[in-house]
Each structure stands twice: as structure tokens, then as C-alpha cells.
Design a protein around this ligand. Structure first.
Ligand code: ADP
Ligand code: MG
Length: 348
């Protein structure tokens, strides 16, 4: 009772009424009726004012503070109603607590997501590492267990073990690149780069691989196309896209790099006439280790990280790759880069 606003108001009003009446009774000239009226008036006025102050300014706010705390404990943030701006300091505290809790909850959610992502990534990496290690281990042990004396298989087994180890090396290199880009260890070195020269250099790397599948590498550029970008990183992007173009193409087609330019941008397109990508996979192929066909990708020496690296590098250039694809007919990956330094006034 004493801890409710009504009880406290009653106690205070009784004391105020009593003190006033006692004080007035000290004067002989004050009549009894006046004393009674004064005590009634002082009691009612004090009761009302104390009650209003306690109930509306303090108790109600404190109990709503309690409710908020309870909901926070149960993580029911969405159920908390936001109150309107006010001058009441207690309500302000309420609002502050709410905003603080909301912020913390967001941080916690973010951390949980990162943690889940990290766990999943470690599981994926372990799995990806396991595959080539197991394969190499298998061949080496078979050789040690006697196959080394069998001339018909020993070279074949050694070659297979070496191929698995090469795959492992590529995977580790891709993982390193990805983590270096993510941790900001690799800073983009922006400069004016010649995209025709860059494409020709990339084609040189793939001459043998393309010839094996009877694929022709075509550079389609009507004039010299320059961009303001990181030469080495864009080489890496094009290497991955051309490599995919060859890997996921049928024998005998073309992989074409088309260079175009608009007033502000250089546009790079990598076109193949390969198997294409079904629509449901198109948004996911840039995720780490996501492959449309896992075994097929591995068999072609893919790490599943190529497009994730492409995405990261293009992010660093404030751009992104677009994909168009018709299953069975081919795919086109394209991205644009600024032609000039952002502060240059040049135009064509
Ligand atoms: N040009 C392409 N044509 C068809 N599928 C492609 C092409 N490029 C990428 N993909 C699909 O996207 C997946 C992810 O590509 P990527 O990140 O380069 O990994 P990887 O090539 O090592 O498997 C590939 O496994 C493949 O399924
Ligand atoms: Mg690839």
C-alpha cells in the first residue's frame, strides 16, 4: 500500500493536513469550523497533487521501465512500443534504454551471423582441403605398399598425386588471395591500364588449355580501351572469367572478350558458348565454394573460389559483375570500370 502512489499520497496528505490544522489551532482566533475546512482543503489538495505527481510522472514511468527490462531479458524487442518524445526525464531514460538495447541487439545479431558464417567457412575449407590431400595420400601409400614396383602404374599414380597436390596449391593460393583482399592487406593500385594488352596477356596464359579443347580465344575491341583500375587485380578477374569460359564450354567453341567504352566507362564482357548456368544458381555462383556441379568443377581443377575473388576485386573497384546466361548456349559475364581518375576532367 505504502509503495503505491495512492498510499504514499494518502500518507503525505494526512501529514500535511494534520500539520496545517495543528499549526492553525495554535491561534485562538481561528474557529473550529475554519480548522475543519482548512484541514479538509489541505488534505484534498495535497492528496490530489501528490497523487498526480507520483502516479503520472514517476510510478507509471518506472513500471514501464520494468516492463521494458522484462521484455529485454526475454529478447522481445519488437514488442516494445516506442514512446513519443517527451520532457519527462524518466521517460527519456526509458527511450535511451530502448535505443541502447536495440543497438546492442543488432550488434549481437550481426556477431551471430558472422560467427555462423565463420563456422560454415571453416567446415567448407576443411572439406575442400581434405579432398586433394586424401587423393594424394591414397596414391602415395599405394605406391609405398608395392605399386612402385609395377612400371605400368607408377608414373600414372605419381602424376595423379602431383595433380592433387597442384589442386591443393591452387586452393591455398586462392584462399590466401581472398583473405588478403578481405583483411585489406592487398591495397588496390589504381592507374591507367590498357585493357587490350591485359586481355592479350591473359589469353597467352590459356593458349594451351584452350587449344586442348579446340577453343578459340577472341579479342573483340574496335579501338584501344583504357580504364582506371588495378592492373594485377583486373588481370586476376579476367583470368578467372576466361578460365571459367574455357572450363565450362563444349569443345570447339569461342571464348570472346569484348571491350567497349562509353563516355565514362570501359565495359569488359567475357562471352562463352558453353553449358550456361541455370537461373536458380546465377545469384549464388559468387559465393565461396558454390558450384553448380561440384565434381565437374573439381575435375576441371576449379577451387570454387574464382568468382568469389572476382566479386571481392570488383567490390574494391566499386563495381560488380553481371551475368547473362542461357543454359546449353552460353554465358556472358560483364563488368564496367571507370575510364578516368574520378577527379580528372577528361572526356572523349
Ligand atoms: N562461364 C561459365 N559457364 C558455366 N558455368 C559457370 C561459368 N562460370 C562459372 N560457372 C559456375 O559457377 C561455379 C563457380 O565458379 P568459380 O567460382 O570460378 O569456381 P570453380 O570454377 O572453381 O568451380 C562453377 O563451379 C560453375 O558451376
Ligand atoms: Mg573458376
Amino acid at each position: 500500500m505504502v509503495y503505491s502512489s495512492r498510499g504514499l499520497a494518502l500518507l503525505l496528505a494526512l501529514s500535511i493536513g494534520l500539520i496545517t490544522t495543528l499549526f492553525l489551532s495554535l491561534f485562538d482566533s481561528v474557529k473550529t469550523t475554519a480548522l475543519v475546512v482548512t484541514s479538509i482543503i489541505s488534505f484534498s489538495v495535497s492528496y490530489l497533487s501528490v497523487f498526480v505527481v507520483l502516479e503520472f510522472l514517476i510510478f507509471r514511468e518506472i513500471s514501464s521501465l520494468h516492463k521494458i527490462m522484462g521484455k529485454l531479458k526475454k529478447r522481445e524487442l519488437a514488442k516494445i512500443e516506442k514512446s513519443n518524445p517527451t520532457l519527462n526525464p524518466l521517460r527519456k531514460i526509458n527511450q535511451e534504454i530502448f535505443s541502447f538495447a536495440e543497438l546492442k541487439q543488432k550488434e549481437i545479431d550481426e556477431l551471430k551471423k558472422t560467427e555462423a558464417f565463420r563456422r560454415e567457412f571453416i567446415a567448407d575449407v576443411s572439406h575442400e582441403l581434405k579432398t586433394p590431400i586424401f587423393a594424394a595420400q591414397g596414391f602415395v601409400h599405394t605406391l609405398l605398399d608395392g605399386a612402385i614396383d609395377d612400371e605400368s602404374v607408377r608414373i600414372k599414380f605419381l602424376e595423379k598425386a602431383a595433380k592433387s597436390l597442384d589442386g591443393l596449391d591452387m586452393l591455398v593460393q586462392d584462399l590466401l588471395t581472398l583473405s588478403q583482399i578481405e583483411t585489406g592487406q592487398i591495397k588496390m593500385q589504381f592507374e591507367n591500364i590498357d585493357l587490350n594488352k591485359l586481355t592479350e596477356e591473359v589469353f597467352e596464359q590459356f593458349e594451351r588449355k584452350a587449344a586442348k579443347k579446340n577453343i578459340t580465344l577472341v579479342l573483340d575491341a574496335s579501338n584501344d580501351v583504357f580504364a582506371y583500375a588495378d592492373y594485377q587485380r583486373i588481370t586476376q578477374v579476367l583470368t578467372n572469367l576466361v578460365s571459367n569460359g574455357i572450363n565450362y564450354s563444349f569443345e570447339g567453341g569461342n571464348v570472346k572478350v569484348i571491350l567497349e567504352q562509353t563516355k565514362k566507362y570501359a565495359i569488359v564482357r567475357v562471352e562463352d558458348q558453353g553449358e550456361g548456368i541455370p537461373p536458380e544458381h546465377r545469384t549464388r555462383i559468387f559465393e565461396r565454394f558454390y558450384r553448380v556441379d561440384k565434381s565437374r568443377s573439381r575435375e576441371k581443377g576449379g577451387t570454387g573460389l574464382g568468382l568469389a575473388i572476382v566479386k571481392h576485386i570488383l567490390d574494391g573497384h566499386n563495381t560488380k559483375a553481371e551475368v547473362e546466361s542461357t543454359p546449353g548456349k552460353g554465358s556472358t559475364f560483364s563488368f564496367k570500370l571507370p575510364r578516368f581518375r574520378p577527379d580528372d576532367e577528361e572526356s572523349d
